[in-house]
Design a protein around this ligand. Structure first.
Ligand code: NZQ
Ligand code: ZN
Length: 388
């Protein structure tokens, strides 16, 4: 059943091989001062930096560069950008990179003109944004988060050891996002598969909730099938445009809030992973991959019919002569086998997490879940299964 909802997403998506050609036209809609935000240098190696600079110069823009935004972006780095943006009265923040760079840009947008303890105010207490915001736009170079078409901004406060998501209002959504699948060809395989699992996790965290007949679930199944199909091709041939373009569009659709309409949603795996990121600075998608299988094995019996459907629709599990429990478990086994076949990491000890971190992570990541509300002991039990 479709329960009442409001869907509004104003981000303009410019998709394709020649999409950067449209940047000039889009930039003409904004003032002259641009905060050019990027990561640790990949765009300088693959030539995207020079291309963007040339277009900015052609448009007579004043460029204020803000580079070295790291993966799992920190509060201190974001605040450095906010200060720069305010001092220079920038008219647009142009984020060129993956989710980390775009998330940082949205954080700058919301906090440049905000006084006081911005992290506690906007990320912890989630107060409404009443101050002036700065327009954001993105050129996506790494696929996975969906940050190119949503208001999400995940920021890590290393002093408080908290990595937290804030869903900012539409004022902070990218005004436009340029999506050229070719820009992702240089993403290392490890990062590519990390992004692929992130997409799958976004879809599964919305899917594993509710017991109703719901159009959103059918859309999610379609996207999951597409990303699984294309992942296998892209892993064998990283510059396969067809596969990379499908994965890119799946990623955007997975978290632009469309398929979440009328869904209660879960997000416990993400809540745990974000705290894992706070303690161990893990690659987001690989953290999700380590947590997902033990988590789903723990909760599947509380949403059994949905896990049976997942097994049969997504993984073609033959249910002949098997109990629902066996079918559901086989579906999770298929997910795990897929992750292994893709070369994804499935154990936390392999991505910088130590055993000592597990109780600390469990302490700070109780969100709620959909089919089963977990307590601290249960999360710790799951984390131990994820460890080795
Ligand atoms: O920093 P550079 O040198 O650019 O290198 C990056 C980085 O090391 C590299 N990379 C990006 N594009 C590349 C490339 N390398 C070669 N060629 C290219 N074309 O990839 C590495 C990872 O980049 P990052 O932006 O950190 O990855 P991702 O897009 O996975 O973003 C992860 C962050 O997004 C948050 C995560 O928590 C994490 O902090 N999320 C944001 C969400 C949102 N806004 O809605 C939702 C997600 O669930 C997620 O939580
Ligand atoms: Zn994610």
């Amino acid at each position: 059943m479709i329960i009442d909802f409001t869907f509004y997403n104003p981000t303009k998506i410019i998709f394709g091989k020649n999409s950067l050609d449209k940047l000039e036209e889009e930039l003409n809609n904004f003032g002259e001062k641009i905060l050019f935000t990027y990561g640790g240098g990949s765009i300088k190696k693959n030539g995207i930096y020079e291309k963007v600079i040339a277009i900015l110069n052609k448009c007579n823009k004043k460029i204020i560069e803000f580079g070295n935004v790291t993966a799992n972006p920190t509060l201190d780095k974001m605040l450095e950008g906010s200060k720069l943006a305010k001092e220079n009265e920038v008219d647009l923040i142009l984020a060129v990179g993956g989710g980390s760079v775009i998330d940082c840009a949205k954080g700058i947008s919301a906090t440049a003109y905000c006084e006081g303890e911005v992290f506690n105010r906007y990320w912890i207490r989630r107060e409404p944004v009443t101050n002036k915001t700065i327009p954001v736009a993105s050129i996506l170079t790494m696929v996975g988060t969906g940050s190119e078409m949503n208001g999400g901004s995940v920021i890590r406060d290393v002093k408080q050891m908290i990595k937290e998501v804030r869903k900012f209002p539409v004022e902070c959504f990218p005004k436009f996002s340029i999506l050229n699948p070719e820009f992702t060809f240089t993403v290392p395989k490890f990062q590519m598969v990390s992004g692929i699992f992130d997409v799958m996790s976004h879809l599964m965290e919305q899917y594993f909730s509710g017991n109703d007949d719901n159009t959103s679930d059918y859309m999610i199944e379609g996207l999951l099938k597409s990303v699984i199909h294309s992942a296998k091709i892209a892993i064998a041939d990283q510059t396969n445009y067809e596969a990379r373009s499908n994965i890119m569009w799946c990623a955007t659709l997975a978290l632009n809030t469309l398929v979440g309409c009328s869904k209660s949603q879960d997000w416990e795996v993400h809540a745990i992973e974000h705290q894992l990121g706070a303690y161990a600075d893990t690659p987001h998608g690989m953290g999700l991959c380590c947590i997902s299988m033990p988590y789903y094995r723990y909760i599947y019996k509380y949403g059994l019919d949905k896990f049976v459907r997942f097994a049969q629709v997504i993984w073609n599990v033959d249910g002949q002569g098997k109990t629902k429990d066996e079918i559901a478990r086989e579906g999770i086994d298929c997910l795990e086998q897929f992750a292994k076949d893709c070369g994804m990491v499935t154990k936390l000890k392999d991505i910088g997490c130590t055993r000592e971190m597990l109780p600390l992570i469990a302490n700070s990541s109780i969100l709620g879940g959909a089919y089963k509300k977990l307590n601290h002991e249960e999360i710790l039990h799951i984390l131990e299964q994820c460890y080795e």
